[in-house]
Design a binder for this molecule. Structure first.
Ligand code: 5GP
Ligand code: MG
Length: 173
């Protein structure tokens, strides 16, 4: 079926909020060695923009994690635990695109702690305002959104729309 996209958050609104978020993170981590963990593929674009606004030395690691097929979560998270050994004794800032059911963030926080991280905080571009399956709140977030399926700024529908410079709601025509 044909899809259509309604603009929800503009490119300039995203840019401005990320500047503020970067300043806060810069301040909070000024006395620590910051290691950013980017959950691929969804948070690739958000992480790229946010990193440029962090004004202290930062290490970057990326992890491939997936749970969504089409517009819904499979409830199963796919990733490789052995990829997490770099977390040992590090102050980790875990970055994801959307906090939805809470499964992705809570599972990865647990795994990163198990891998021996010194500390773990979370940062999301979007916090979906829903009654979450798993109770978890992000330490840092850019925007709250309603319970709608969004694409753009890194987020996809079946692999498409990640390249949109804004965030939009995807609907059937
Ligand atoms: P959770 O594990 O919290 O249910 O879901 C988090 C993941 O689901 C996100 O990292 C994202 O990949 C995907 N997701 C959740 N809601 C949306 C949405 O509205 N649009 C897109 N494109 N992905 C979503
Ligand atoms: Mg994701």
């Amino acid at each position: 079926m044909d899809k259509h996209i309604t603009k929800l958050i503009t490119q300039s609104a995203i840019k401005n909020v990320i500047i503020g978020l970067g300043a806060t993170i810069t301040h909070d981590y000024r006395k620590r060695d910051l290691t950013v963990v980017c959950l691929l593929d969804g948070s690739l674009i958000f992480t790229a923009h946010l990193l440029q606004q962090i004004k202290i030395p930062v290490n970057l690691y990326s992890l491939k994690v997936s749970s969504y097929e089409g517009k819904s979560s499979t409830g199963q998270l796919k990733y490789k635990t052995e990829d997490l050994i770099f977390c040992k004794n590090k102050d980790i800032l875990l970055i994801d695109d959307i906090l939805d059911s809470g499964l992705t963030l809570s599972t990865m926080v647990k795994e990163i702690k198990t891998a021996g991280a010194k500390s773990v905080r979370t940062c999301v571009l979007l916090d979906k305002q829903i009654d979450r399956q798993i109770k978890i709140e992000p330490d840092y977030k850019a925007f709250d959104i309603e319970n709608e399926f969004v694409v753009g700024f890194g987020m996809d529908y079946n692999g498409l729309y990640r390249n949109l410079p804004y965030i939009g709601v995807l609907k059937d025509k």
